[in-house]
Design a protein around this ligand. Structure first.
Ligand code: DAH
Length: 330
């Protein structure tokens, strides 16, 4: 019997212990064989024989269970060690990108106007003189062309200086009523802390049957828009001039940095100019062949909005591609 105790003790895997278990307690195991030997034992010794055998049976069984538990625990521990995660181990982190502040501002502007039922139209960046100037009531040699230093190609085409040509294209391709905005990049020969050769504008145009829209509608929507973008600000309309609108106005908000008391950003005026607008000039409608309509238009610079919202001092920093700038907007 003693060798079976040793066999259990020296089984060192779960498989081996199972083998030993079968060899002892299986149908053809030694326990069965021992009990079968009972027949041969003389009657007066049968009692002691059976008692002894039962003592072994129980002892072996207990030892077997203990050993099995021990091996199972050892196995578990070994696998845990093997699969352990070292949480202190270095792993390269994945950087999350962010929207460029100009694009994020553009998205907010577009979202406001689409919510107000404006359709979004786009046009080409390489334009011709007719769409960029002529049809917008800016005939050749008109002094107002100087306001927009233009990049020309040799063939006379040009990089659009504003998004207003999209007004012209939309009016020529569709019929009123029109309620649209045109977001996009525009180009001018300019470079200083508030000007870059490429920047972004959003143009707006509403055209209805004659008499159905007025300056009051324009004033309402722009005031609501500016309050959505900048919060509770004062909005002021100042008479101005644009060739494509008559009357025209420039729109100011009360300075968001000093609440109107006068600071460096607003040049001590208390006001910040944010967009241009007006009632569409009859000459523009004439150029696209529209009759008996009225409408309003507006145009704004997206960078100007982004600079004010995010308090960015130098416009050029928006286009230098320095990730440290972008990281501030995550
Ligand atoms: N196109 C003008 C510019 O680039 C902006 C503008 C002003 C657009 C007034 C308009 C408007 O439609 O009514 O400076």
């Amino acid at each position: 019997m003693q060798e079976w105790y040793t066999a259990i003790q020296s089984a060192d895997t779960i498989d081996k212990i199972e083998e030993v278990r079968l060899a002892i307690f299986g149908k053809k195991g030694i326990m069965a064989a021992e009990f079968a030997r009972m027949k041969e034992v003389p009657d007066d010794q049968k009692g002691t024989f059976a008692k002894e055998l039962n003592v072994h049976k129980e002892a072996l069984n207990n030892l077997l269970l203990d050993r099995k538990l021990f091996l199972a625990m050892a196995h578990l521990e070994a696998t845990m060690k093997l699969e352990a995660l070292d949480v202190t181990l270095y792993s390269p982190t994945v950087e999350r990108g962010s929207l460029h502040p100009v694009m994020e501002t553009m998205d907010r502007i577009v979202e406001y106007f689409t919510t107000m039922n404006f359709a979004v139209h786009t046009g080409p960046m390489v334009e011709d003189d007719f769409h960029n100037f002529e049809a917008l009531n800016l005939p050749k040699y008109h002094p107002a062309r100087d306001m927009q230093d233009t990049f020309y190609f040799k063939d006379g085409s040009l990089l659009r200086t504003h998004t207003s040509p999209v007004q012209i294209r939309t009016m020529m391709n569709t019929q009123p009523p029109i309620r649209m905005i045109a977001p996009g990049s525009v180009f001018r020969r300019d470079y200083d802390i508030t000007h870059t050769p490429m920047f972004h504008q959003v143009e707006g145009l509403v055209v209805e049957e004659e008499g159905k829209v007025s300056f009051a509608n324009l004033k309402f929507i722009l005031e609501d828009f500016l309050k959505t973008m900048f919060g509770e600000v004062e909005v002021r309309f100042r008479p101005s001039f644009f060739p494509f609108t008559e009357p025209s106005a420039e729109v100011d908000i009360s300075c968001i940095f000093c609440a109107g008391s006068g600071c460096r950003v607003c040049s001590k005026t208390g006001w910040l100019e944010v967009l241009g607008c007006g009632i569409v000039d009859p000459n523009v409608f004439k150029a696209v062949g529209y009759e008996k309509v009225s409408g309003y238009a507006f145009g704004l610079g997206v960078e100007r909005f982004a600079m004010l919202i995010h308090r960015i001092g130098d416009l050029r920093s928006l286009f230098e591609g320095d990730v440290r700038l972008l990281e501030q907007f995550r």
